[in-house]
Design a binder for this molecule. Structure first.
Ligand SMILES: [Zn+2]
Length: 347
């Protein structure tokens, strides 16, 4: 399957942080044809091994399977669901969103509701409605009704957005953070064919709440080099200063120089830059952004692992629907493949 076909499937799947099963099942199916071994570790990361030559460097690729979302916290006696946030979500984007509540019987449609503006006081209208004042309405009439519908405290809730192509190379959908990284990882293994390096392609869990899956996966693998495949903020929309970020959608993979958790190892930075230049792959450099990726955690494993990040510039990340350029995703896979081929030269 092509990268866009994989991205569509992965984007539409549910994988609210800590509940990545549906994404993992898909990812295993997509990666299996290129794998010598598939293991799901105890934290439920999926680790796909592609063997290289004996004593060759071990490369860990990481793309996180989880997405930001919500979790049911309390159920009111009138049948409304109150929730907590899983991952970094701006409260201002929550109101009036369509969501899916994932119950043991399957997903239920819901709407995030709040006190209607018509009956708010003047000063209330000026305030941001925070998540603890919002609720999910699934059309239930009572707490008992909610129970009958199969909803339980702790059920994950995802945004209800469907993947769509809206331009020649432009697509929209939910959870591009980090399903596009997952799709790029599949494409990387597909294009890689034979390699000297041993490659571990890892779909990590619980990245959005603190890079947790990457920690255990990297400890187990003990890689010589780590590369995270993730998204970054595209700053090419009104109101963003050049100083805040220069990364733009459609201008090639973003190579992180620094973020809040990682200073890219000089050898890894050199490898990625030289590889991009040699192969005429367009790229952008990113510095000083808040937030981080699995690479930050991989880098701090055991005695340290030289690590870096290849990111896809995505608009509206951590919201119900994002936008990206398929060209950037394709170029990211090409860059990852070419970098893996170059590793033995530089490590
Ligand atoms: Zn991410």
């Amino acid at each position: 399957m092509s990268l866009p076909e994989n991205l569509e499937k992965l984007s539409n799947a549910c994988g609210v942080t800590g509940r990545e099963e549906e994404v993992r099942t898909l990812l295993i199916k997509m990666l299996k044809p290129y794998a010598d071994q598939v293991v799901v570790d105890k934290l439920e990361n999926v680790i796909v091994l592609k063997k290289g030559k004996k004593n060759a460097p071990k490369v860990m690729l990481a793309a996180h399977m989880d997405e930001i979302g919500l979790m049911i916290k309390t159920i009111s006696k009138e049948g409304f669901l109150q929730f907590t946030k899983m991952g970094g979500i701006d409260d201002r984007i929550l109101n009036a969103q369509k969501v899916l509540v994932y119950t043991k019987n399957g997903p239920l449609d819901g709407i995030i509701g709040s006190k209607p503006p018509h009956i708010q006081k003047e000063e209330e209208r000026k305030k941001i409605v925070t998540y603890d004042e919002l609720f999910i309405d699934i059309g239930a009439e009572s707490k008992e009704d909610v129970a009958k519908m199969g909803v339980k405290v702790g059920d994950p809730v995802g945004f209800d957005s469907k993947y769509a192509k809206i331009g020649k190379d432009t697509v929209i959908g939910k959870a591009f953070d980090d399903r596009v990284g997952c799709a790029v990882m599949v494409e990387t293994l597909k294009l890689l064919e034979k390699t000297d390096c041993t490659v571990y392609a890892v779909g990590t869990v619980q990245e959005e709440i603190g890079l947790r899956g990457a920690a255990t996966a990297a400890f187990g693998i003990e890689p010589d080099i780590g590369i995270a495949l993730d998204v970054t903020v595209a700053g090419d929309v009104p109101g963003v200063r050049e100083f805040d970020t220069t990364v733009k959608m459609g201008k090639g993979p973003a190579i992180t120089v620094t973020d809040s958790g990682l200073i890219t190892h000089p050898k890894v930075l050199r490898l990625l830059l030289d590889t991009a230049e040699e192969n005429k792959i367009p790229y952008q450099l990113e510095t000083g952004l808040m937030g981080s990726t699995d690479a930050a955690r991989i880098a701090m494993t055991r005695q340290g692992v030289p690590s870096g990040t290849i990111s896809i510039a995505t608009r509206y990340i951590h919201s119900p629907v994002g936008m990206l350029s398929l060209k950037d995703a394709e170029h990211s896979a090409k860059l990852a493949v070419a970098a893996i081929r170059n590793i033995q030269k530089s490590f």
